[in-house]
Design a protein around this ligand. Sequence first.
Ligand code: NAP
Length: 491
Amino acid sequence: MLDTAISARPEIEDKRLLRGFAYINGRWTSGENGESFAVTDPATGAHLGDVAALSAAQAQNSVTAAQAAFPSWAALLPQDRAALLRRWCTLVMEAKEDLARIMVLEQGKPLSEARGEIDYAASFLDFYAEEAKRPNIEGVTSHLPDAEMELWYEPMGVVALITPWNFPAAMLTRKAAAALAAGCTVVAHPAQETPYSALALAELAERAGLPAGVFNVVTGHAPTIVKPWTEDARVRALSFTGSTEIGRLLYGQCAGTVKKLVLELGGHAPVIVFKGADLDRAVAETMKAKFATSGQDCLGANRIYIERPVYSAFCEKFIAATQALTLGAGMKDPDIGPLMNAAAIAKQEAHVADALHKGATLACGGAVSPLGPLFYQPTVLTDVPDSAQIMHEETFGPVAPLTPFDTEDEVVARANASEYGLVAYVHSQDPRRIYRLSRALQYGMVAVNRTKVTGAPIPFGGVKQSGLGREGARMGMQEFMEVKYICRDWA
Ligand code: NAP
């Protein structure tokens, strides 16, 4: 029997959203020999419940179910697929408060951020419900006499989706809505820390009427489940959001069956603040870029470069703003919640110790909070040298390293000296400088004088080792479609 302690939690009204089994072929499925894994609340360490851990054979069964469901799903009229996605979206919004609270319990993020993530998750269902209906045939101006040419965009088939714990709802709908709108069927693996959000979405997908086998959520030990998917020729594409390290591993595993890959991997975002920028705005936006999701965000600011004439003023304002942040359990809706696990805490400690050892100054924070073992104080380090680990490796937590720069060329070279290339933030009021920086920065996304750039209509993704392909926008759907070229004579 699975422990379902989470069902007793008073925070969740609709208890049927709390599922402890995988969802395959329209059935709630237990592990072969009753295997399970535990899920805990990072704020308190309390045991939330056990969730079924499926076997490799069951992972293969999920592909069989998705493969069987594919022809009729792909053959549905686009407006019928759209209506199901729209219904799913409506149910997600109706369940918003429960979904947000499930997320807070298992992920720890502040309640307002969790509510925001449910809006964001639903926005992909809404957007791709529309996009599903757009024309998917293009004409080509012929270069051959008498020939007619067309491009048909066809769904690839079964796609595998692997999602991380930091955005347990939105990363799943961002992938699944695009794949389903394209006419593909889905097998998905959510991170072990946060399976309840994905399973609640599966419950709502079922209520929305998605046919059995179209959307499957397979919980358990990631390599046990995902490796068979990477080796299965019936899985035609794999979309992964997570660390660059696991992304590289999956890239290799997928080579044998030549799968289409979408990889949304790590980031190491630079923030560049020039003199002449609106300093209060730059501070406020950089606070968001650093401390949203308690710093556990692939878009999180990991290096903050400030032009020397405004360095002291920026540091002073930024340190004061950081000291004013509240830290606490997500349900109390503080600014910053607990980190996900002990490894995340160890990383903050290692990055801070290394930076101090190499000459940085600790301006505030720099220790685990008395609130509990997974609460790390919001921290600012100043005068951090480029040789510090934190200037190269993803910190994924609430530690902000600040450093001065002198020239535009210098800061561009320093910002680009990274294996990552997801997002860069620039603060300046000089239009020519903004244009030069937008061109010179080797990043998939450049945000100017602001932090929030994401949303369903934009193509999200990085360059270099931040990944391959794009999610969101029409491009996100095309990642799950093959182009077929038809060349036709009527003679
Ligand atoms: P992770 O360790 O790479 O895990 C991500 C997913 O991969 C989880 O579902 C995990 O499952 C699974 N996984 C782990 N080992 C695997 C293996 N050997 N084979 C197959 N799957 C495996 O990353 P994370 O720590 O959860 O997430 C943080 C990372 O995600 C950061 O690097 C962050 O920058 C990145 N991220 C990127 C984006 C983006 O869009 N670019 C967005 C959000 C996060 P288990 O949990 O069950 O092990």
